[in-house]
Design a protein around this ligand. Sequence first.
Ligand code: PLP
Length: 364
Amino acid sequence: MNTTKLPSRHLFGPGPTNPYPEATSALGYPLLGHLDPEFLARLDATVSGLRTLWGTSNERTLPLSATGSAGMETAFVNTIRPGDVAVVAVNGLFGERMCDVAARCGAEVVRVDHVWGQPVDAQKVLDAHPNPTVIAAVHAETSTGVLSDLEPLAREKGDALVIMDAVTSIGGMELRVDEWGIDVAYAGTQKCLGVAPGLAPFTISERAFARRNTEPQSWYFDLGMLGGYVGSASGGGRTYHHTAPVAMIASLQAGIDRVLSEGQENVWLRHRQAGEALQDGLQEMGLELFAAEGSRLPQLTSVKVPDGVDSVAVRNYLLSRFDIEIGSGVKEFASTVWRIGLMGPNASPASVTLLLGALKEAIA
Ligand code: PLP
């Protein structure tokens, strides 16, 4: 392959985003063995950084060696025993995926549907079953661009465990796992964290871990076994479980360092300002936003394709003329909605100006 001809894209879709340069450089560090003391120190530092991003003191916090969907799978496979009730809030594709995963773990799934584009209604979810084992919801629904406040759900959860999908929120907006009362949460690296896809940051409370299914049908994602390798921050007694993706963990550590050195609140603000500027600019162009007002994610904007405009042709034009990738809508909204992400380093005024100018030309 002629690498000089590889395109360099502006990844303004729903993810992956362009990574922070620090995260890319770290992929080229000299490779260490996965039990090398230097690597284990790097892993400890990564886990400690993840605790800060999650807003948790959970001992059992780790980067799973797989993408965000593996985080979802790990959450359910370790908390569900066949026959348990899982109440799942569905306001987009990833809520639907949760239902599928929970059902495959043998759960009796109580699916609480919402209109796509609307946030999760905590009371409706809480009223769906008197005594579920698990209540699950997506914090930032990438398929629709909607933010849901999960704190009310977690506050009123009773005896249930609350699972939160934070794939699109981590590193881009406030997360307070402990303060909100979330029991299990998972994420991905390829969105606001500004790292390539490949790892799933994960955290689980002691309460949830104590109640876990100790014989999950998955070997790879059995948290009881993973804890012996990654979970212990003390560094003593590390045992082999699988070969950790050492280069990706170095990259994640660099991405986390980048976010923490800028300051989490500054990073959240940068995402908010970029998203709001984009949404204002789109509306000034006469376009209509898809997600409900008051619940719009700044890092992922969903916008309706104007009548008479060919959604695919516009996306192809942006890609071929400007090297800009944006996403289509999902399922029934595939040709009527675009999804535009400003995540990680792309949450900037320069990206907003480039996008608005390019889109104006593409739909003219
Ligand atoms: N959950 C949400 C909200 C997502 O946006 C995604 C991916 O876009 C996933 C889960 C699945 O993550 P992955 O594609 O990294 O497996």
